[in-house]
Design a protein. Structure first.
Length: 104
């Protein structure tokens, strides 16, 4: 386990940079993670992030891309535009949830 500073708050992360305690997440931490990755968050990013957090709260696991597209107004092409180079992993990391099982 590693400690990492986001938005002036120390959080615990695993070796891949995912929060190990989803309860430590705040929107400011999500913004800081996104900034570190090089993503400027807008309303559509937040739609995906909020869905991932809500779905995780209900199911205990991070949703894959198909679940995100089925339950938001975002389609697969847009998710790849919003979160380039691995939208499933990136949205989970920014949302403070574990890497989805469907992502390698």
């Amino acid at each position: 386990m590693n400690a990492h500073m986001y938005a002036g708050i120390e959080v615990n992360t695993n070796t891949e940079g995912y929060l190990t305690d989803t309860g430590q997440w705040t929107p400011a931490i999500g913004e800081a993670i996104a900034h570190e990755i090089g993503i400027d968050l807008g309303p559509q990013h937040w739609e995906a992030i909020n869905f991932v957090r809500e779905d995780f709260a209900h199911s205990g696991k991070s949703p894959g891309l198909r679940r995100i597209t089925a339950n938001t107004s975002l389609d697969m092409k847009l998710l790849y535009k919003l979160f380039p180079k691995g939208p499933g992993k990136l949205v989970a990391k920014i949302a403070g949830t574990p890497k989805p099982k469907s992502c390698l």
